[in-house]
Design a protein around this ligand. Structure first.
Ligand code: GLN
Length: 202
């Protein structure tokens, strides 16, 4: 297993540090050759439109989707990264459409409406996680094949699906590497295309 963090814009350095704390030796991904040999890739929070532009510019947008759908690269999208993984709804920026979920940008309000919450997390032995939401998106629908691992009131905030993990908060902004460890357990070979999957969910 080898893990990378997309490092074109946004919160990449804290993710690299969290992974080092979890005992990994992560790679900062800025160009195509950096993807070679990777089995896991974190798409950090930041600004989703900027991330989309920069990934296109560096030839990473299509390549990351193809590797994921071919079962070679597990993805962990956090905040802006989760937005990009959702179903493409024709809105800006375009989405990869690798995760059967609809993710609404800035749905908790403005930057000043950012908040933190201690939330129980499935798979964390009954412990809770300090979740930092920064101008966060909201999962407005999650497909039936997704497992919700954490909720904030009635909103899913951490989900696991075949070959991926996605969070609407910033797990890299705490000292707790347990969610990064959870990502290392995701099997990339389970990823599949969504093309023929009907839109279902809650
Ligand atoms: N508001 C940002 C966007 O829509 C996401 C914020 C974040 O990643 N913290 O792209």
């Amino acid at each position: 297993m080898k893990i990378g963090v997309l490092a074109l814009q946004g919160s990449s350095e804290p993710h690299l540090q969290s992974l080092r704390n979890a005992g990994e030796t992560p790679v900062a991904v800025r160009q195509l050759p950096h993807l070679d040999g990777l089995t896991h890739l974190v798409i950090p929070g930041g600004e989703s439109t900027t991330l989309w532009h920069l990934m296109n510019l560096f030839g990473l947008w299509d390549e990351i989707r193809e590797r994921h759908q071919a079962g070679r690269l597990a993805l962990f999208g956090t905040c802006a990264g989760a937005i990009l993984m959702g179903r493409d709804d024709g809105q800006y920026p375009p989405r990869w459409g690798v995760m059967d979920a609809d993710v609404a940008r800035n749905d908790y309000g403005r930057q000043s409406d950012s908040f933190t919450a201690n939330l129980p997390l499935t798979g964390l032995d009954g412990g809770s996680f300090r979740c930092v939401f920064i101008r966060a998106p909201r999962f407005v629908r999650v497909g039936d094949e997704l497992e919700v691992l954490a909720w904030n009131e009635q909103d899913p905030v951490l989900v696991r699906g075949p070959g991926f993990l996605a969070a609407t908060f910033h797990p890299e902004l705490t000292d707790d590497p347990s969610i990064h460890r959870l990502f290392m357990e995701v099997d990339p070979s389970l990823a599949h295309r969504l093309d023929s999957l009907p839109v279902t969910g809650r």
